[in-house]
Structure formats: C-alpha cells, structure tokens
Design a protein around this ligand. Structure first.
Ligand code: TRP
Length: 361
C-alpha cells in the first residue's frame, strides 16, 4: 500500500493511498514548490498530476496558469472550497495566470439554477467570497460559461474524441446532461491555452478528478494541437464533524458552511466527534485519540496557520493535558474569528465586482 505522509497520522490515510493507486496519481512531495502553504506542509494536499512541469515553470519564470470553476448554487460555500482557493492563491502568488469561471451552464443542467439566477448568485456572493478567501482580484480573469463561445466550440470537438464506453468508465454513468457538462469542463480546463499553449494546474477535490482524466485523454488524442495536458493537485476532504469522510450537505448538523452564524457553528463543534476518552480521568491518563478527532482536523486544515502553534496543540491534546472540551472551545473561538474576518472581507469584495476582469466575448 502506498503510504501518504500525514504528519498527524489521520486515519484516512489508507483510503487516500488506494485512491492514489487506483487513479494513477503522483504522491505530493511538499518540497516540490517553494514556500509550501499550510495544507501542503501538513499532508492535506496529498497528490497531483504533472506537478514537475509546473515546478519548472515557477523556477524558470515561464508562463503557466491555474484555474478553477465555481458552481453558483447556494449562497454559501463549503469548507472544502476554501482549500481549493488556498491552492489557487498559492499558485497565483507564484506567478500563475489565474482564471475563475462561473459554471452557470452546469448549474442549470445539474441543479436547475437558471442562467440569470446563477449569474446573480455568482456576482453577489461566490466571486466576492473567493476574493474574501484571499485571491487577488486584480490578477484574476473571470468568465461565465454561458458566454464563452470558444469553450462551447471546443466542447463539440472534444466530444468527438470520446466514446460512450470510455465516458462510462470514467464517470460511472453517462446521462446526457452529465456528458454536456463534462465536455464543457474540458473546454474550461484548456481555455487559457487557446491563445497561448502553456502548462496549467487545476487544484481540485478528488471528486473532480474524472474531469482531469477526461481532459488529459482528449489532449492526448489531439496531438497536432499541441496542448499541454493539464496538471492537477488534490486535497483531502474536510471530513464531516461526525467523522464520516466527506462533509455532506445532506447532513447539515455536521457540516460547517461559509458563512455561518456564531451560535450554530459553536453548537456543531460542541457536538463533533472528538478524540476525548470516556472519562476525564482516562483522558488525562491515556491522552486524546487525535487521529480520530474531527476538531483537531478542523484546526489543522482550516484554522491554524502556524506550524509551531499546531504542534503545541497536538502535544497538549495527545498527552491528555488538553481536554476534548478545551479543544472544542479553542476551535469555536478560532472559527468565530475566521467567520468575522470573512464577512468583513466579503462586504468589501462585493463593492469591487464591477471592477473585475471579465473576459469580453
Ligand atoms: N464541475 C465543477 C463543480 O462541480 C465546476 C467546474 C466547471 C470546474 N468547470 C471547471 C472546476 C473547471 C474546475 C475546473 O464544482
């Protein structure tokens, strides 16, 4: 079994090892890029594809791009999205040409959100939220799928390069709506290369890997076009607070959203699965089961930037000096600070939407 280095020994390790093997991913090496961010240093980022080419571009100051797509569904985002933005920001700061597209066509096909409504939600919430999470709006290029004729034209070409069986093998099913969304996404992923061929990196949760694979297959069948195959970088799921592997919107009591009000965040954290022992006496004697603790996972993935601070919390908790109640209290306080800061930045970013760089078609 491939071992993924997770300095805090999360129990989810073996599952991710299997994913790496099954999908043929490269294990992430935290020294590949200069000044790795917190989720890279801590093994939350665990794998990728073609990362070496991107590292070379960074080193030699050659052009490359980073891209992600937003599904404008609810007026809230998921903690996992924060991880995507963190990686996007990381590459942006290292000089990537940065693209964010609004997947309004996909939202209409998959979630029944009209184009008009999707546009509104993207401008009033999603795009400002991404800026609030740290992207530089001046250095980011935006577009709406529904306006991008070039992507659409490319999607038709891409569709001819894929068979139904292959599609089913990658996605597990092949309903027409899904096919339309997938070929559009292939176009999105390659769009920055339409004008100038260059390597790119797509930070995603592992659930989006099928799109990366499909795009790479399409590229390999269009050799004469000389596209670079898109690279990617994957982060682990932010687990549900009850301990299941992925935060799920179907379990709102175990899933923190951004934004969320103080009271309900606190309630959710207080009820979360922790690494605390049955009694305080036992906890002091045996120490916390940190690898089972969803609250520590929250601190590690989202709330503590400084490694020394995280190490200290780990030591205190693991040794039993810090109780489950105390770590929950700490996480609640940090989450409050995060939400407050987010809301403030969101309001500011909302005022800037008319100044953003939207591609004109
Ligand atoms: N399918 C993505 C989602 O469900 C949205 C998306 C569309 C996307 N095009 C993309 C993501 C290109 C990454 C790259 O959220």
């Amino acid at each position: 079994m491939t071992k993924i280095i997770d300095p805090y020994g999360s129990e989810l390790v073996s599952d991710y090892g299997k994913i790496v093997k099954d999908f043929g991913l490269e294990i992430f090496n935290k020294n590949i890029f200069p000044n790795p961010n917190a989720i890279m240093r801590r093994g939350v980022v665990f794998a990728g594809r073609d990362m070496q080419i991107i590292a070379k571009c960074i080193k030699e100051k050659k052009p490359f791009y980073a891209l992600t797509g937003i599904m404008p569904t609810n007026q809230e985002i998921h903690l996992g999205t924060k991880l995507v933005v963190e990686n996007l920001k990381f590459f942006q700061q290292l000089g990537a040409k940065t693209y964010i597209l609004v997947a309004d066509l996909e939202a209409q096909a998959a979630r029944g959100v009209s184009l008009e409504e999707g546009r509104k939600r993207a401008l009033n919430f999603h795009i400002p939220a991404y800026i609030a999470l740290g992207l530089d709006p001046k250095k980011t290029i935006f577009y709406f799928q529904s306006e991008n004729k070039e992507v659409m034209h490319f999607a038709y070409e891409a569709a001819k390069k894929i068979t139904l069986n292959e599609f089913k093998a990658i996605y597990g099913s092949a309903d027409p709506g899904r096919i339309m969304s997938a070929v559009t996404q292939v176009g999105d992923i390659l769009y920055p290369q339409f004008k100038e061929r260059m390597p790119g990196i797509i930070p995603v949760g592992i659930d989006q890997d099928p799109h990366i694979r499909l795009t790479r297959d399409v590229v390999s069948r269009m050799k004469s076009k000389k596209f670079f195959s898109p690279g990617s970088i994957y982060h682990k799921y932010t687990p549900s607070l009850d301990g299941s592997i992925k935060m799920s919107k179907s379990k709102p009591e175990s899933c923190i959203t951004i934004p969320e009000d103080e009271k309900s965040v606190k309630k959710k954290i207080m009820r979360a699965l922790s690494g605390g022992r049955t009694t305080l006496e036992e906890h002091r004697r045996l120490g916390a089961e940190v690898e089972k603790c969803m609250v520590f996972e929250l601190l590690k993935q989202h709330l503590v930037e400084d490694d020394k601070e995280l190490d200290k919390i780990y030591e205190e908790y693991k040794s039993g000096r810090m109780s489950a109640g105390e770590i929950k209290q700490l996480a609640s306080e940090k989450m409050m600070v995060f939400m407050k800061d987010f809301n403030k930045k969101l309001e500011k970013a909302k005022k800037q939407v008319d100044k953003l760089n939207f591609v004109e078609f």
